[in-house]
Design a protein. Structure first.
Length: 253
């Protein structure tokens, strides 16, 4: 792996870990017993996740700050570079091209980062996970779940929410770092407030699957099921939404 790819690999790990640590952390603060933020409400979670994206994008600036397989596959579908390095005169001196191999490298880094972030969240809230609470509440810290379980319609919701995010990224600036971390954070807050109610708006396969894997192996008291029957929805839906957004963005721009 050459230096720019190695740099991007570690950047995606760190950025996605930051995203998941802070994002899952705000959910833990709101839903787990005896927290200072307990019962803080849906908008606190929305803004917490938006700020988690803000921090994650800044952290992952050396990779183009995808921190989301749906963004990566969207840029791949739009045939946009995953990351570009510019010289002092604004000329591109190096880039990571949208190849299948590079796409899977990004996917791998994002998954590793998501698992690491989820483990760190568990450690931060260990004593609150030890309190009595329904297993579904503890799972909600890690992964999304539908309010009305209907796999087909839940899939549609995730496709639509992810399409909004990735289309916004593609048409506004090729990469989240080019677009601006604050703008990406605000669109995530907007998606959560407007479209997040039915499924909890994963809109990111790594954000959901990585923490779900962590939930499965972590020693969480009374954790219950990891709900693997639903787990394909927040993976497949965002990937499809990302592809559709990338194709639409390539035509639109």
């Amino acid at each position: 792996m050459d230096s720019i790819l190695a740099q991007a690999f570690w950047s995606e790990i760190l950025g996605t870990a930051t995203l998941v640590l802070l994002g899952c952390g705000v959910v833990a603060n709101v839903v787990l017993p005896r927290n200072k933020g307990f019962d803080g409400g849906w908008l606190l979670i929305n803004f917490g996740w938006g700020l988690a994206v803000f921090a994650g994008v800044f952290t992952a600036f050396k990779s183009g700050a995808h921190i989301n397989p749906a963004v990566t596959i969207g840029l791949f579908s739009a045939d946009r570079p995953f990351f570009e390095v510019t010289g002092p005169e604004g000329l591109v001196t190096a880039s990571i091209e949208p190849t299948v191999g590079n796409m899977f490298m990004y996917f791998g880094a994002q998954m590793i980062g998501a698992i690491v972030g989820a483990v760190l969240c568990f450690l931060a809230y260990k004593r609150h996970f030890d309190q009595e609470a329904p297993g579904a509440t503890k799972l909600a810290v890690f992964s999304t779940g539908p309010e009305v379980r209907s796999y087909g319609w839940n899939f549609v919701t995730e496709v639509i929410g992810t399409f909004v995010l990735v289309f916004f990224v593609v048409v506004s600036g090729e990469t989240p770092s080019g677009l601006g971390p604050l703008a990406v954070a605000l669109i995530v807050v907007g998606i959560g407030a407007s479209l997040g109610g039915p499924t909890g708006y994963a809109i990111n396969p790594a954000r959901d699957l990585g923490p779900r894997i962590a939930h499965a192996f972590l020693p969480i008291k009374g954790k219950g099921s990891s709900d693997w029957a639903y787990s394909w929805v927040p993976v497949a839906g965002p990937l499809v939404g990302g592809v559709l957004a990338g194709l639409a963005g390539a035509v639109y721009v």
